[in-house]
Design a protein around this ligand. Structure first.
Ligand SMILES: Cc1ncc(COP(=O)(O)O)c(C=O)c1O
Length: 461
């Protein structure tokens, strides 16, 4: 359990309340003329866009709380938090003030100690579970993942790593080598010693018990066999997302991580949780792993950690702290004063505004609303939510569970046109509203999705 948890589900903070008589407000069908002109000029030079932008090329001007404004003056309800990043809404006054203070005080002094960094690491040691009390700071999820992998190797003096099908850990070479490589690599595939195994997906289980429930033991038995037969017995550990984000909000069964933790302990290998996406309130806890009372040996924290300021963290348990020395862990931007101020302010806001509980509450009411959608739309195969990490899986047929990609694309575009800014992923609709959102705004966003699913089903089915 967390050492300092927020208890009662607080009301949404006033500053982030969405006036639903005004929002969403589509004054020009998007992408409007100003968006199109800006996008055309920008993309003459700026290449390599995400699928999200390709499917809906608007240009954004500003954001405040849970509302985004495009350059045509259209205002959208934000169900994306950027890309799971602005967890506390856009431009949270306390976070922006903290960044501005250090932008005017001290921007960089390499990895020398500073009072603001000291305050941040002391805060992290106080709130993280177990003995996760050794830290290093970075400027992106991928660089932090790479450092975590280096710590893992240094701590164990072993070299092979195991991750899971459809995990995503970033786009540097080590991270790609432990992810869904086909989408992100041009050239040689994985780095040597990087292995991939299946992981339990409650909606699409590979192995089930006689009563049809997912059989977690079979996955663990498979890992045992795999370690023995498919590695050179030089395994440093497992690297996993607690819930797969890019893969489509794929939830593990509740008994999976406790069993994997016990398996790793039994084999003498480490467990690294890539919580870049799932940490800092996104799922209603500081770390998603706390839902299952599991303390990983290494944790990567990112995205919402600085609420938009690029700051990420590698946290390790007491016995592995000294391994940061062996890997020469420092970097140019890691732990700069603005970054530390952003992370500390974000952490304090989550505590002071009771936002862990708020995120958990939003997940609960969203799940009920999405269950209703499932009961009304046969193309909705599965719905899931943990805190403000949500997903709706669209299928052509509930019996075969065949993915319905065209529907996913169409629902995404239709909802965007109605004023919902969010994240597509093929047939799985992904939602990550800011955790400061009020209940009515959340319901409004889900109503828009419901409407878009209904229209799509009528057009495609
Ligand atoms: C689980 C996970 N790990 C790592 C990353 C990479 O983070 P970044 O894009 O900041 O490098 C991401 C980004 O989406 C992620 O979701």
């Amino acid at each position: 359990m967390t050492k300092a948890d927020s208890s009662a589900a607080s009301a949404a903070p006033d500053w982030a309340k969405v006036d639903l008589t005004q929002i969403p407000d589509i004054v020009t069908p998007p992408p409007g003329p100003a968006s199109q002109a800006c996008h055309a000029r920008c993309t003459k030079h700026f290449k390599g866009l995400s699928g999200q932008v390709k499917l809906f090329p608007v240009a954004f001007e500003s954001g405040r709380g849970c509302v985004l404004t495009d350059v045509d003056g259209n205002r959208y309800l934000d169900f994306s938090s950027g890309i799971y990043v602005a967890t506390l809404g856009h431009c949270h006054p306390k976070v922006s003030e903290a960044i501005a203070k250090y932008a005017n005080t001290l921007m960089n002094c390499h990895d020398f100690s500073t009072p603001i960094k000291t305050a941040l690491v002391e805060k992290l040691a106080a709130i993280l579970p177990g003995d996760l009390n050794g830290f290093q700071l970075y400027d992106s999820g991928a660089t932090a993942v790479e450092a975590g992998l280096r710590v893992m190797r240094a701590a164990t003096t072993h070299h092979e790593m195991i991750s899971c099908f459809y995990d995503y850990h970033g786009k540097t070479y080590g991270a790609v080598s432990l992810g869904h490589v086909r989408s992100f690599v041009y050239g040689p595939a994985r780095a040597p010693g990087c292995h991939m195994v299946p992981r339990p997906d409650v909606y699409r289980p590979l192995w089930t018990t006689d009563d049809g429930t997912i059989d977690t033991d079979k996955y663990i038995e498979f890992y045992d066999e795999y370690l023995d037969k498919a590695t050179v017995h030089d395994v440093a550990g497992f690297v996993l997302e607690p819930i797969q984000g890019w893969g489509g909000t794929i939830m593990p069964p509740d008994d999976f991580f406790p069993k994997l933790r016990a398996f790793c302990d039994d084999k003498g290998i480490l467990l690294m949780a890539d919580e870049v996406l799932t940490s800092w309130g996104r799922t209603g806890k500081w770390l998603c792993m706390e839902h299952w009372d599991v303390v990983p040996d290494i944790v990567i924290i990112g995205k919402g950690f600085g609420n938009g300021f690029p700051v990420t963290c590698v946290a390790v348990r007491e016995p592995y702290k000294e391994s940061f020395e062996s890997i020469s862990a420092s970097s140019s931007y890691g732990g700069n004063p603005m970054a530390c101020a952003a992370a500390l302010a974000s952490t304090e806001v989550i505590e002071q505004e009771g936002l862990l509980a708020r995120s958990a509450h939003l997940g609960e009411i969203a799940l009920k609303r999405m269950e209703k959608m499932k009961s009304e739309h046969p193309i909705v195969g599965d719905v899931r939510a943990k805190g403000c990490l949500m997903g709706i899986e669209l299928v052509k047929d509930r019996a075969t569970k065949e993915p319905f990609d065209e529907a996913g694309k169409m629902v995404y575009q239709k909802a965007f046109q109605k004023g919902l800014a969010w994240i597509p992923a093929g047939h799985i609709l992904r939602m990550s509203p800011p955790i400061v959102m009020d209940d009515d705004a959340l319901m409004k966003g889900l109503d828009i999705i419901d409407e878009a699913i209904g229209e799509t089903a009528r057009e495609l089915c």
